[in-house]
Unconditional design. Sequence first.
Length: 417
Amino acid sequence: MNITEKILSQRAGHEVTPGEIIEIPVDLAMSHDGTSPPAIKTFEKIAEKVWDPEKIALIFDHNVPANTIGSAEFQEVCRDFIKKQNITKNYIHGEGICHQVVPEMGLVEPNMVIVGADSHTCTYGAFGAFSTGMGATDLAMVWATGKTWFMVPEAIKMEIEGELNPSIAPKDIILNIIGDIGIAGATYKTAEFCGETIEKMGVEGRATMCNMAIEMGAKNGIMEPNREVIDYVCQRTGKKESELSIVKSDEDAIYSKEMHFDITDMEPQIACPNDVDNVKGISQVEGTFVNQCLIGSCTNGRLSDLKDAVELLEGNKIHNDTRLLIFPASREIYKQSIELGYIDTFIDAGAIICNPGCGPCLGAHMGVLSEGEACISTTNRNFKGRMGDTKSSVYLSNSKVVAASAIKGVITDPKDL
């Protein structure tokens, strides 16, 4: 059996098979300020008390601080619900993006079943958990019962080999995979990432890759925990390694498909408008003018992403015809960036530093695009109108490319600097 099948089998109490419908208990249910209100509306029709307030996380990150009357009202609905249901332990306001803050709080462990009213909940597969997004109605039922149903997914084994070169990052690997398989190529399947490259990859790069599993339609992305993941979880949860339940795939595990990727000599990958699978090597799009450059989001707003950008921006200035926005993924990362001098470097280069949160990723808060504008971003989606006007354009890349492009004012390969 593969990792996902083993986790679901343990919860179901029997050996599951792909295609089987199961009802299982949930270890953690997460939502944010954008998805909680509709879930609350449904919940209040079916129950009075949540099944376990300590297993529910409510995180304000999409429109923080509130930028419209509507978002302020949404947050007021959430706060009233939090008080009424005593969801105080895992209520987070303004500390950062849910998919970064949840692991920082020690709420994620290997072998957990985690659901969230956000499609990028698959991020936690980086820690060896079965983690997936769901709609508000399904989440309301989880709040009420502590259970949900799944169809057991088939799995695609994605084996990655090769060393990262100085110009690329884990973001390029996942963009390359999505470009290969397509936005629907893994629909309702497990994307299981493995191979020597994954084994050597740190926590932050792993989170980036699992975060974008949904962009190829996958039900979940998942990886076997390596030493760095185990150490991270122990540090965040306060548990010993012997207390963790680490699950690995059997050597003879069955997959619906096996894919192999060699990243040796890979150039930076760019997802071009208006689909995440419209991926091209940077040599095909170099020189494209960009009005805005963005580093942040639940995909690439982590310390390693900011470090990559700082190394290029040190001693340089942002081009007069463009603007650079920096959104640290959490308050913790923001503070670390201050202590390490990253924020000074960004400010000296001419960047705008924004509070931890989702920002303009979804076109709702700080930095939206106007008609005809183009942005190169470390975010995870570039659909038409995603970051503002429907006649704007979004390119996706790693933070090194974004920083280089901010300096030159056009899409630029970091090696050229």
